[in-house]
Design a protein around this ligand. Structure first.
Ligand SMILES: [Ca+2]
Length: 116
């Protein structure tokens, strides 16, 4: 896997998972993962989603309406959706991009994501 610049490779046990927990004490994202954070500025912990994995319902891992920032360290363009099953007005997360602060009216509304 080709690493986007600026991201370390994940440890093997982390890389093997489709979705992995990011502890509140670490804002680190890894090459090949899309990282979602509970708080603005990549804080508060969250989840790292392996490149190519889509999630249709954040309720499945207790992260519905929680996302406040993100890092896309994959080679794919991703979109997040305010409603489950990839519904509602999506917002793009470009490959290699990051979003430290969502618009106030979109903060804590994400419920699904997919490469798009
Ligand atoms: Ca939040």
């Amino acid at each position: 896997m080709v690493a986007p610049p600026g991201y370390a490779d994940a440890e093997p046990e982390f890389s093997a998972r489709s979705i992995a927990h990011i502890s509140p004490s670490s804002g680190a994202c890894y090459s090949g993962f899309l990282c979602l954070y509970r708080d603005p500025g990549f804080r508060g912990g969250g989840y790292a989603i392996r490149e190519g994995v889509d999630l249709n319902d954040f309720r499945a891992f207790f992260f519905n309406d929680e996302m406040s920032s993100w890092v896309n360290a994959t080679r794919l363009r991703y979109c997040w959706f305010p409603d489950i099953n990839f519904s509602g007005a999506f917002e793009v997360m470009p490959a290699g991009g990051s979003g430290p602060l969502l618009h106030p009216w979109r903060d804590n509304t994400a419920s699904a994501l997919a490469d798009c």
